[in-house]
Design a protein around this ligand. Structure first.
Ligand SMILES: [Zn+2]
Ligand SMILES: [Zn+2]
Length: 109
């Protein structure tokens, strides 16, 4: 764990984490675990998978990396969301950290 930041308030620390090999690997495992389907869409009876055109799936930290930096690499704290649902979830963090305007929604977990 020593290579991982202890907190993720700084953009540089988030970049470092999301670019790490360990995150990339875990992220792919979670997408496979969830059969490449958005959990929120599924809860609404809709199957949204990255095999469909224009669909982007992202792996979300249920407890955000800002709130629970100790759970960043905990597979039980991860879920698969389509980009729309992921963006919706993170609106509150985006307004909280307004100064960091980013198009990627992975910044906040
Ligand atoms: Zn969705
Ligand atoms: Zn997220």
């Amino acid at each position: 764990m020593s290579e991982l930041p202890k907190t993720f308030y700084d953009k540089a620390d988030r970049v470092k984490f999301y670019n790490s090999r360990r995150w990339r690997k875990l992220r792919d495992e979670v997408v496979d675990r969830e059969h490449h389907e958005c959990k929120e869409c599924k809860a609404n009876g809709i199957i949204t998978t990255d095999r469909q055109d224009g669909v982007v799936l992202e792996v979300d930290h249920i407890h955000s990396i800002i709130d629970r930096p100790d759970l960043v690499l905990d597979a039980d704290n991860l879920q698969v969301l389509c980009r729309l649902h992921h963006n919706a979830k993170h609106e509150k963090y985006k307004s909280m950290l307004k100064s960091h305007r980013k198009k990627s929604d992975e910044w906040f977990g």
